[in-house]
Design a protein around this ligand. Structure first.
Ligand code: FDA
Length: 392
């Protein structure tokens, strides 16, 4: 494309959505991406089935230094608007826990839909194109790239975050923001497994592969989901969710039996004169290996009838208020998202345009808006991309 009016850096979820909307308005739109394929993260998302949105989308499902910023975009292009596209393309989908919507067949269906729409409206996508230099001109922006020089009136940064560098994650968006004196909030890996200090890792190593229902809490926040023990630490949806909030040096409180009042149940069993050992009673509730790791042999061998209140309280504390202090996370190599990013206070929540650099837009994960696990990050990408597409 010789003279694009709009250039979008990043052919991912937000960039493709923005390109469709921009081109629909008749704007000559070019998308550039350094990867050899568009939408790589879409393809690998949701275990290959793309959890593309959620039936319930609220500002509370997002983390940002400016928690109100996302509301406008999310309410102008909603989950129902995205579903309407999915239905128009007759993409079969299903609901899983907590309103999460996944493709029945493959994440390819979502990417193909976006690429079809791009094609239909005449978007040009240039892959394996790296940005070498960027400067502001009187009419907009000049980009020097590995595929030549381009000029445009509107420049959209849709380059995502730092997660999974192998899939295209890069700090380009933060560099562009800094080049134009826009503030960037400190970044860290989110939706990521947490690692344990050596002593805990050694103690919990035999549990690797075990998954249990749990309620994991940090400060005022709790997530009731599965927890998975791994050979490096803790994972599973409950841990991924809390990882986006967890602060290094702090402990997590884990309830391994979130559905019951354990102390009452144990007292009841004792009152019924149960002759069973504590271990036998607890084995109905949790895997034996887990009990043997978290509770002493002496305690587990006690017959129910001989358990004093202090023993039952000790068991309850260990299983329902287990304190774990992770020593870090597995980092961007495996993180699903980057928490932090371009400071929303520098961006219009209506247009996604910089408040100080006319014509420069930021959308998707590069912004300091991070969703929970459950289709929220894609919905943010669709909503913010759609909004920018109305104005570029
Ligand atoms: P996205 O990362 O999609 O796109 C950015 C694009 O910019 C990429 O194509 C990249 O190659 C390009 N780019 C980066 N740097 C560049 C540079 N220097 N030059 C040129 N191009 C550059 N979310 C969800 O809601 N449901 C889910 O099921 C999942 N599952 C999931 C699984 C895994 C393994 C990961 C890693 C992530 C998810 N996510 C998710 C998160 C979701 O994928 C993510 O939030 C969105 O893709 C963000 O969309 P963006 O358009 O902002 O960035």
């Amino acid at each position: 494309m010789q003279n694009p009016e709009v250039i979008i850096i990043g052919a991912g979820a937000s960039g493709l959505m923005c390109a469709i909307e921009s081109a629909k308005r008749g704007r000559k739109t070019l998308v550039i991406d350094h990867a050899n394929k568009a939408g790589k993260k879409i393809l690998m998302s949701g275990g290959g089935r793309c959890n593309f949105t959620n039936y319930t989308i609220e500002a509370g499902n997002f983390i940002s230094a400016n928690p109100h910023f996302c509301i406008s975009a999310l309410s102008r292009f909603t989950q129902w608007d995205f579903l309407a596209m999915v239905e128009k393309y007759r993409i079969p989908f299903h609901e899983r826990l907590h309103g999460q919507l996944f493709c029945d067949d493959s994440a390819k269906d979502i990417l193909n839909m976006l690429l079809d729409e791009c094609k239909h409206y005449g978007v040009t996508i240039l892959l394996e194109c790296t940005l070498q230099a960027l400067e502001r001109t009187s009419g907009g922006f000049a980009l020097q790239t590995s595929k030549g020089q381009f000029h445009c009136q509107s420049l959209v940064v849709a380059s995502g975050g730092l997660s999974i560098p192998k899939m295209g994650g890069s700090p380009l968006g933060y560099k562009i923001a800094t080049q134009f004196d826009l503030p960037v909030k400190a970044t860290r890996a989110g939706l990521v497994p947490l690692t344990l200090q050596d002593s805990d890792k050694e103690q919990l190593a035999p549990l690797s592969g075990i998954a249990v229902a749990s309620q994991v809490s940090f400060q005022q926040l709790s997530f009731k989901e599965n927890l998975l023990f791994t050979h490096r630490g803790l994972s599973g949806p409950a841990i991924l969710q809390i990882s986006s909030y967890w602060q290094p040096g702090s402990s997590l409180s884990i309830n391994l039996l979130p559905a019951i009042d354990l102390l009452s149940e144990l007292k009841q069993s004792r009152a019924q004169g149960s002759k069973l050992k504590l271990q036998t009673v607890l084995c109905d509730l949790l895997p034996k290996r887990l009990l043997q790791t978290l509770l002493s042999e002496e305690l587990l061998d006690l017959p129910m009838a001989n358990c004093a209140d202090k023993h039952l309280q000790q068991v309850t504390n260990s299983l329902q208020n287990w304190q774990v202090k992770p020593n870090g996370s597995e980092g961007y190599r495996t993180a699903e998202v980057t928490v932090g990013g371009v400071d929303c206070s520098a961006i219009s929540s209506k247009t996604m345009e910089s408040l100080t650099v006319p014509g420069l837009y930021f959308i998707g994960e590069v912004l300091d808006v991070t969703g929970w696990l459950g289709g929220y990050n894609f919905q943010w990408a669709w909503s913010s991309g759609w909004c920018a597409g109305q104005y570029v």
